[in-house]
Design a protein around this ligand. Structure first.
Ligand SMILES: Nc1nc2c(c(=O)[nH]1)N[C@H]1C(S)=C(S)[C@@H](COP(=O)(O)O)O[C@H]1N2
Ligand SMILES: [Mo]
Length: 201
């Protein structure tokens, strides 16, 4: 019996794309600590609600598809020491979504809420970057349920725990707050380039 090889050392010619102590993922692991309740609403019944320090608004699936669509090729970094290069996501850039919302000037952070018990916050200014998106497709196919389908956040500048799957709520806040993993000891920012894994890092 042969053992499948799942991870490899960073290829030398790609070394600068790897944050400290990350290895190359050959596959694409699915990691879920907090799963949503089943059955999930179908994609066309999925909604995304903005609330808190923003005008309350519930975007329907049609609303989301009517916003500008982007396809982004991104490297992602999981805190469990794997990096996957050139993942291809399709959806709405967070900055394009912000343009469609009325966010209060007092808002400084956005908590992304999953259906079920999972959340993670980012500074609002991160949402203006051009590499964050709310994705409904991966590699040209609708997102599989295990991967967060029908809708997830993809925030490649932070460890992958910030990329909330089954995204259904955006809470605009005037301060940072811990989400699911931050409340369990993970770093509040989670910058892979600074190895910000634990709060004490
Ligand atoms: N709703 C929800 N989102 C989540 C998680 C989760 O448990 N629940 N796990 C996070 C973690 S720790 C990681 S590493 C990534 C994994 O995404 P993947 O399964 O597509 O690899 O999803 C993140 N988003
Ligand atoms: Mo993770």
């Amino acid at each position: 019996m042969s053992r499948r090889k799942h991870f490899a050392d960073p290829p030398p010619e790609q070394a600068e794309r790897f944050p400290p102590r990350q290895r190359l993922a050959l596959g694409f692991p699915v990691l879920t600590a907090a799963a949503p309740p089943e059955p999930l609403p179908a994609a066309q019944d999925w909604t995304l609600r903005a609330f808190g320090l923003a005008r309350e608004r519930t975007l329907t699936w049609a609303d989301l598809l009517a916003l500008p669509q982007s396809t982004l090729t991104l490297d992602i970094h999981c805190v469990t020491h794997w990096t996957k290069l050139d993942t291809v996501w399709q959806g709405v850039r967070t900055r394009d979504l912000l343009d469609a919302l009325e966010v209060s000037p007092q808002a400084t952070h956005v908590m992304a809420h999953a259906l079920g018990d999972y959340s993670a916050a980012l500074p609002l200014e991160d949402w203006q970057r051009d590499d964050l998106l709310i994705a409904h497709s991966y590699a040209g196919e609708p997102l599989e349920q295990g991967r967060g389908g029908p809708l997830r956040l993809v925030a490649p500048h932070r460890y992958f725990w910030k990329s909330v799957k089954w995204l259904e709520g955006l809470e605009f806040m005037d301060r940072d707050r811990p989400g699911y993993w931050e409340a369990r000891g993970y770093h509040w920012r989670g910058d892979p380039w600074q190895s910000e894994r634990w709060e004490s890092d």
